[in-house]
Design a protein around this ligand. Sequence first.
Ligand SMILES: [Zn+2]
Length: 321
Amino acid sequence: MSEETIVKASADQVLRAAERMVDLPWPEPGSDASLTWELEGLEGETLWLTHVLPLASGATPAEITALTAPLLDLADRRWGTRHRFDATRFTDDASTPPGDYDRRSAPAGLVRSLGATSAVWWRRGAYAALLVDSSRTAPADTKLALLVLERDWLGPPGAEERALESPLVQDLLSGEPSRVLSATWTVIGTRDPELLAPLVTALPAIRSATAGLDLGGALIQNATHVRHALTRLQLVADGECLCTAYPDHLLHDVAREQQRGHVRVEGTVPNERQWEPDRICVCTACGRRYQVEQGEYHYPWWQWRPLAGRSGAPAAQTPPT
Ligand SMILES: [Zn+2]
């Protein structure tokens, strides 16, 4: 285990250094020499592939988080969409025939050599700023570094990078409660595969961006709606019909779902506890049947219960009493 070092620098200082790193000179082509430099009071070095700003080594995961949390937040705000680079996917090496070599293997090897399996990055023009944090994968020997390298090393824009350009995805990643909630209600109300596809691709990023977000909410915590939207996206990812999400949430209005063409009401069953009789709904996509009780407690709610003989539905949420 290496000796503990951690930079004493503000998030703003680190970002300003990274923004200036793109102007640093590169070593002579073919040279193994590294160049050292100092920017914004921070010391780093340049290797043939990348400029490296070491931020911590051997620090505790908690110390790393204290450094990365404001850094991620500020980078998202200043640099925009945060991408994810999976370093386990690109493992070509010197034994790979040159024609087959995937250039992403070079940064991937560097990320793995720091003890991490993935990294997050932001686009900075023709460059990428990549933050490598091994505190989860190697908690006993942590490394944290910010790399600035040519964007091309991360390959052509992939499905994930394109997905992150979707306005709905950007809303969900924004960290702004009003945008997150507006996108959440869109996700809760739609079955449109074109809208949902980029969201499913970006699901890991959306999960981490919405975790722990303080969204408020009066009668129902708004976080409940976000959780339900994530459940729906997971169902799409798993190839399940979205009707199986109904029992998980109490605000799926039968009339509205019928109007959207998602279900057909094919009968009613008297319910002595409620003003409205229960309705028997059939999913127009998969034919699953549900009995839906409608009640009112400060707000109208609908409890969807799958009818016998059907499986695969998530556990029912308890209606308010
Ligand atoms: Zn269905």
